[in-house]
Design a binder for this molecule. Sequence first.
Ligand SMILES: [Zn+2]
Length: 345
Amino acid sequence: MSSSRQRLCSLLDRVGLIEGVLRARARFGSPYLTVLTYHRVFDAPEVYPFDRGVIDVGPEAFDAQLKTLGKYFNVVGIDEVCAHFSGEEALPKNAAVVSFDDGYLDNLEVAAPILNDNGMKGVFFMATSYIEERRIYWWDRINYLFHHAKPGQGKITLAYPAHLELDLEGDRAGALATILQLMKIQFDLDVERMLDGMADALGVPWNRDIEREMCEGFVMTWDDVRALRKMGMDVQSHTRSHRALQTVPHGELASELAGAKQDLERELGETVDSISYPIGRSLTSLGPIKEALRDAGYKVGFTNATGAHPLWGEPDCYDVRRIAIEPEYKGSFFRSVLAVPQLGY
Ligand SMILES: [Zn+2]
């Protein structure tokens, strides 16, 4: 966390510079499309076994952020974004999108009502196999296993995907970070095999019944997804199994991309046109993945943690940027990032 950057933003806001920029953007428009990314709106208890990294904001702060956004921006849904990239219709002045990834139940129970109260539409991207098969997202599952590892456990050894020694006693945070990083970069990873091996090595009971039960109150069901849509929210794709597309073998891309689209279209009874990429890396130089996106029928694809999306130059509909909202994006810092996206990180 960059506290000096936060102090700078606080100063810029205090002297009125941020307000000036926000007002100018509201009045004259902006050369950027601002797409905010959230995962969860939730106040986590002190002892919490799952991944805190996806809890971006609590309900009150989320409401405050939407009020700030609504004061200066025109919040649009996915149809307006798709119409812009197809050249059918220009975006309104100073357009913004509020987006959510993954499919947590608090999106329906907490975030959507707050969006409704503020007269805004959100765009929710779903990783469909977690909903369909009642699975726990792999990052939550890894955190859960580490949280419940037997006390006093020293070094553990994993055999898959490679011989890997992890020191839980000396550097538990480092061991956890190693595993999470591996999940993001290892090509053609058998996720189930790796996570089952981890549960064994850590001595934590894990099976499909435990997982299914854990999903209740945590991961949306298809009924929840339909309820979200009925509230006026947009529901779009975040692949099936939430692997970074760069790590998926070419032969499996169609299932991840077209498959997730079909899952959603079957359950919602309407066309799904866009996708946000798990992990969110840019696909700029990755022609084959873009081809697969096109073949699957997607019109727009979103990256993440890539900043505000410039509206000048050659438009790339499969590389739409988003700003990842972090817990420290509050007050002046949030206002500053809205005004000048480069002030974020
Ligand atoms: Zn995600």
